[in-house]
Design a protein around this ligand. Structure first.
Ligand code: SF4
Length: 294
């Protein structure tokens, strides 16, 4: 049925849904182009957890694939981690209905995590490592050239603050990376998409969401606090979170203080000056050079 023949309220709703779908396609397309995420001939493994983010990732990639001038394959892969009550039929049913090639891997990481992590501690660190291991091994066996994950803009920003507040490091979660062993190229095509848009799109498309709390674990308190901090900032100053994200793509090493990124030592140094002129300071015990206040 044409949108123009719908009653006004439905017309408005359909119009909003169209706008949202366009915005998502544009944001994902832009991220793919900016970071050269997908090339002609790629076999992309799309990791599907059953949550709103990965369903949307697959959906938007399928739309882009249909229009792209280059050819690439998309294969959905889910890891059934044997969480109690995991509805194993939901993803296969959905993927068959969409005509998408898929694999479901089975590995009981749940029991391992339960056995190893003390009661009351968060299980997510170990669980994610095990999941990553299983998915990456599969990708290698099957010859996938890219692994697509559903992390979005807000995940990236939260991770940056977590690293800053609790690790003393300025690092986030890159839109594209090569795994530590050099064997996998991981891409995050939702890097430019905010979580609210993903939630709205998932609702609009009525994806059969699988609850993410089947494992019984909770988000860490630290991540919750950072989410609350960002929500509060955004409420008081709309646009702040987007500005923070933009800052991640506009880094000025000369205005920071990382000596490995910028050669501050040579800055303004006089020719012929002794290179070891400060060696004596490095050896000074803390406080020894402070002026005498007596
Ligand atoms: S929430 Fe559960 S399934 Fe998700 S990473 Fe944490 S332990 Fe694993």
């Amino acid at each position: 049925m044409k949108i123009s023949s719908l009653p006004l309220p439905q017309r408005k709703q359909a119009h909003e849904a169209n706008k949202l779908a366009k915005r998502l396609r544009h944001a994902v397309g832009q991220a793919i182009a900016d970071f050269n995420m997908i090339e002609d001939g790629d076999r992309v493994m799309v990791c599907l957890s059953g949550g709103k983010d990965s369903y949307t990732l697959l959906d938007v990639l399928l739309m882009l694939q249909a229009k792209a001038p280059v050819r690439f394959e998309l294969v959905a892969v889910n890891l059934d981690q044997k969480h109690p009550g995991f509805p194993a039929h939901v993803l296969p049913d959905y993927l068959k209905s969409r005509g998408v090639e898929f694999h479901v891997l089975e590995q009981d990481t749940y029991s391992v995590v339960k056995r190893v992590v003390p009661e009351g501690k968060t299980m997510c660190g170990l669980c994610s490592r095990l999941r990553r291991g299983a998915l990456y091994s599969f990708a290698e066996r099957e010859g996938f050239t890219k692994i697509a994950l559903g992390h979005h803009r807000d995940d990236i920003i939260e991770t940056m603050f977590l690293n800053m507040f609790h690790g003393g490091k300025l690092k986030g979660m890159p839109p594209k990376l090569v795994s530590d062993d050099g064997r996998h190229v991981v891409i995050r095509p939702l890097a430019y998409v905010c979580e609210d848009d993903l939630a709205a799109y998932a609702e609009e498309r009525a994806f059969p969401i699988i609850p993410c709390d089947l494992c019984g674990s909770q988000e860490t308190l630290q991540r919750k606090q950072i989410k609350a901090m960002l929500d509060e900032w955004e409420r008081r100053t709309p646009g702040r979170v987007e500005n923070i994200f933009r800052a991640l793509g506009d880094v000025r090493p000369a205005q920071l203080a990382d000596r490995a990124l910028f050669d501050f030592a040579s800055l303004g140094a006089r020719e012929g000056a002794r290179a070891d002129a400060h060696a004596w300071l490095a050896g000074e015990p803390a406080g020894a050079a402070a002026p005498d206040e007596g």
